[in-house]
Write a protein that binds this ligand. Structure first.
Ligand SMILES: Cc1ncc(COP(=O)(O)O)c(C=O)c1O
Length: 399
């Protein structure tokens, strides 16, 4: 065993979060490093879904909207996610996709400001959907979009800025943006801020309430392990809820949804963020998946995440020829999410070979290998193995 493999074994043995891996349906022989794209399956999900299908749907049928708590599941599951993103109860609702929630949040953010605020600032390196949604939100509200580096928000936001939309962690590079600083800078300019938490929810502490964030949205199928296409979440800060003017005011967000009134009257609270009938099977799969978080300390989660990514970077430096890969993930802890991205020529073929070897990450254009470290189930041994196999693959592709 190499020194690094020995060190990995020792660190896994000492890891206080290591027992949580058993709550997931994972093969021992694979290094699954793609939880930043699709989280692994928690074992509790399949039996719970079988019960929902057989009993709640199969036997109780329509009664389950009340008796099984289906109707209130978006808020109930929202509160479970709230704990993980630093939101007190009553501010998070689950439903729809992240793209749809970003649209609701951004239009609502613009509507909170006056007409003189005629621009929306968008993270220049944003995940594409955010940019597309912002462009449409701008057309709808008569504003224009301006792309800015998140680090430049303090300089760029001003009296004309209605809203700022930033990705907390950059999907390509794994760079963590300064949520407290950017939120404060947007507020100093009188603007609202909307955070995309897809790559931070379940990966690190977010502190939405603590840092005064206005609105946020994020996926649940990555680090929250809700399953493919599981519904997203929307955070609306409590003080803003009575002024949250949704561009998609469906009947689920009505004050009296079963009154079937012809006029719209918004519900109180985070319920205002709902639209139509929730996707109950996916929502309850997510609910069951969230059980793995009970009792997890987010500071310990963050410490393990940083330890894993630090260790992976050391292993890459030791095993992989330095002229073949370069890390595009910041070295500074304060600027790193829970993934490591390596620029590598021929990234597509390199990753295909790694996947054949049961080391699973993914690729983003033009040439970036992404390795996500979900701290609940990734092992130091996975980090060591991934770097070792990567070294072999790039050496053999050069030969
Ligand atoms: C940062 C970020 N924002 C938004 C999205 C889009 O989410 P959805 O497809 O659920 O709308 C993704 C999806 O991977 C993402 O990574």
């Amino acid at each position: 065993m190499s020194d690094l493999a020995g060190e990995a074994a020792g660190r896994d043995a000492a890891d206080e979060l290591a027992p949580l891996r058993a709550a997931f349906d994972l093969d021992d022989g694979a290094a699954y490093l793609d939880g930043n794209s699709l989280g692994a399956l928690p074992r509790a999900v399949a039996p719970r879904l079988a019960e929902v299908v057989r009993h709640e749907w199969g036997r109780l049928r329509i009664r389950s909207w009340g008796e099984s708590g289906w109707w209130t599941a978006p808020e109930r599951v929202g509160d479970r996610i709230g704990r993980l993103v630093g939101a007190a109860p009553g501010q998070v609702v689950v439903g729809d996709s992240t793209s749809v929630n970003l649209f609701k949040a951004l239009v609502a953010a613009v509507r909170l400001g006056g007409p003189e605020r005629d621009e929306i600032l968008v993270d220049a390196a944003t995940f594409p959907t955010d940019g597309y949604i912002a462009a449409s939100a701008a057309r709808l509200t008569g504003r224009r979009v301006r792309a800015v580096e998140p680090g430049a928000v303090a300089r760029e936001a001003g009296p004309r800025t209605a809203a700022v939309l930033v990705n907390h962690v950059d999907y390509r590079t794994g760079r963590l943006h300064d949520l407290p600083g950017i939120t404060a800078a947007a507020h100093a300019a009188g603007a609202r801020v909307v955070w995309d938490l897809c790559h931070s929810a379940g990966a690190l502490p977010v502190g939405l309430d603590e840092h005064g964030v206005d609105l946020a949205a994020g996926c649940t199928y990555k680090y929250l392990n809700g399953g493919p296409g599981s519904p997203a979440f929307l955070y609306v800060r409590q003080e803003l809820q009575h002024r949250f003017d949704s561009p998609l005011p469906g009947w689920n967000s009505h004050a009296d949804p079963f009154g079937m009134e012809s006029g719209y009257r918004p519900a109180e609270g985070a319920t205002r963020g709902r639209v139509g009938t929730p996707d109950i099977l996916s929502l309850l799969a997510l609910d069951a998946a969230l059980g793995v978080w009970d009792g997890v300390d987010l500071a310990a989660l963050r410490a393990k995440s940083l330890a894993l990514t630090d260790f992976f970077l050391r292993c890459v430096a030791a095993y992989v020829p330095g002229d073949r890969v370069t890390s595009v993930t910041p070295a500074a802890h304060a600027e790193r999410g829970s993934q490591v991205s390596l620029r590598c020529p021929g990234a597509g073929e390199v990753m295909a070979e790694l996947v054949r070897r049961d080391v699973v990450g993914d690729v983003r254009p033009p040439d970036v290998l992404r390795f996500g470290f979900a701290p609940l189930y990734c092992r130091f041994a996975d980090a060591e193995r991934a770097a070792r196999e990567l070294g072999e693959v790039v050496r053999s592709s050069r030969a």
